[in-house]
Design a protein around this ligand. Structure first.
Ligand code: FE2
Ligand code: FE2
Length: 222
């Protein structure tokens, strides 16, 4: 990380730690720290503007806090005025600030989703890959159940067949296990960068194994 990026992140951290205090839906400050770390690792190997990638990945989920406060799903675009204020004091050019807002606006578009992917720039792709890497793997399973319980979703409903449908973050899946099957299992195939695809492989296998073992235990098939 360059000195400039370190300074920008330190300024943002003090504000985000306060803003995300008490967040219990799986989008807490530790999610932001991991997404930042994934993003910097991918950027190191794949290139792109590090200043933009670091700030956008770290501040990408402000929409979740606004949503928690409003008691409804809030889209990333609705968070842009607040993000604009947060990044205002950072050492970024006007173009870089616009770029950060653009990457955040589009971070929840999925190839298998309702909101089709429109990004073509490496910075937005890396931010999206980094966020998606935290939705696959061991911590992703914990986050999924945390999100499910805070949204009154059952852990699993055997009456509903597994599906892989046109995904949207604004619509909750039928259960947390259905969510893992519908989203986490598929994400790895749709990542943009080779670096992220590599990191995703063992994480995707873990999700597969988790679903298999869960179903066996659920069905008392020991
Ligand atoms: Fe998000
Ligand atoms: Fe996120």
């Amino acid at each position: 990380m360059t000195n400039q990026t370190q300074k920008n992140i330190a300024i943002l951290r003090s504000k985000l730690v306060e803003l995300f205090q008490g967040e219990k839906t799986g989008h807490s400050i530790d999610h932001l720290e991991r997404v930042l770390a994934y993003a910097l690792k991918i950027c190191e190997r794949e290139g792109g503007n590090e200043k933009v990638i670091a700030v956008a990945s770290y501040a990408h989920d402000v929409h979740r806090i606004i949503g928690s406060n409003l008691g409804r799903f809030c889209t990333p675009v609705e968070s842009l005025p607040m993000v604009k204020e947060l990044i205002e004091p950072l050492n970024l050019t006007t173009e870089e600030k616009e770029h950060v807002l653009y990457a955040i606006e589009h971070h929840e578009e999925y190839a298998f989703g309702k909101e089709k992917i429109s990004i073509t720039d490496i910075e937005s792709k890396i931010v999206q890959d980094a966020d998606n890497l935290d939705a696959i793997g061991a911590i992703a399973i914990v986050r999924a159940f945390r999100y499910g319980s805070s949204n009154n979703m059952p852990d699993y409903d055997p009456a509903i067949e597994f599906y892989q449908n046109e995904y949207s973050e604004s619509v909750n899946d039928k259960s947390t296990l259905h969510h893992l099957y519908n989203k986490s299992l598929r994400l790895g195939e749709y990542l943009h960068t080779q670096t992220a695809k590599q990191i995703a492989k063992p994480k995707t296998q873990l999700i597969k194994d988790f679903i298999d073992v869960y179903l066996k235990e659920f069905n008392c098939d020991f």
